[in-house]
Design a protein around this ligand. Sequence first.
Ligand SMILES: C[S@@+](CC[C@H](N)C(=O)[O-])C[C@H]1O[C@@H](n2cnc3c(N)ncnc32)[C@H](O)[C@@H]1O
Length: 266
Amino acid sequence: MTPDNEASWDALAGAYQEHVGWPDDELTWGWRTPPESELRLVSDVVAGATTLVLGCGGGQDLVALARLGAGALTGLDVSSEQLSHARSRLAEAGVAATLVHADAADLDRFDAGTFDLVVSVQALDYVADVDALVAGVTRILRPGGVLAFSVMHPAEAATDDTRPWPWTGSYFEAERDWVWDGLADDDLAFRSWFRSPAAWFTALTDGGLVVDRLLEPAPVDDRRWIERGWLDEDGYAKLDRVPATILVRAHRPRPDPGSGPTTAAS
Ligand SMILES: C[S@@+](CC[C@H](N)C(=O)[O-])C[C@H]1O[C@@H](n2cnc3c(N)ncnc32)[C@H](O)[C@@H]1O
């Protein structure tokens, strides 16, 4: 049976937020991934930026972006349960944001050129149609606007979390069904598309964006990932040799002033 990501996220949301959740003290891109204060993927553009977060989950990334000085915030997520956690977190933090229940591959509801900044943290690998996703993001970014996101690295997804971390699938098969066991009452099935850095580069550039940075950072020491329940000792040690996260910063190019309609010389 094909996993239903929306239903699974709805069913997981309560336990996810209660037992693991995501940090909101600063914008956090991934497990053992250097902090935004070091990576500076959005720091130079976030101040006052009209910002959309794709796959905003429980709202942690929205709160972190508000603390970085973002302007008007919108969070979009396919799970209404995740959004209800976001609503509570935003109210508690005193952060205003518009929340939208939708699929990240369907951004037609937004006018062209609406956003200065589109951010996503560990969500775009749940989106099946990457071309629709990139076309939508390109359309809703203003010229010069920035897309910054993180996703799980396919090498992390295709290797076991227990020593000696053997390969359990092919690096080249992006589509992967998997089960989140032991967190919610039921084991929940998901379908992800763990695209390689090269596949992301191609999709983004084919869709009209310019890729400014494409990162596979070495891990930082941060045992909070064990304390928070995301990783056990083996899973933590695995990331010393297997990349955990892909990070991308891209932008929508401004129109070339020489390429517009020409005025007939009189
Ligand atoms: C691993 S969480 C990451 C979000 C946030 N950083 C967090 O940890 O709560 C993935 C989020 O993406 C959402 N999601 C999954 N597929 C989606 C889609 N096609 N469109 C929009 N959101 C999606 C899920 O509902 C979930 O909230």
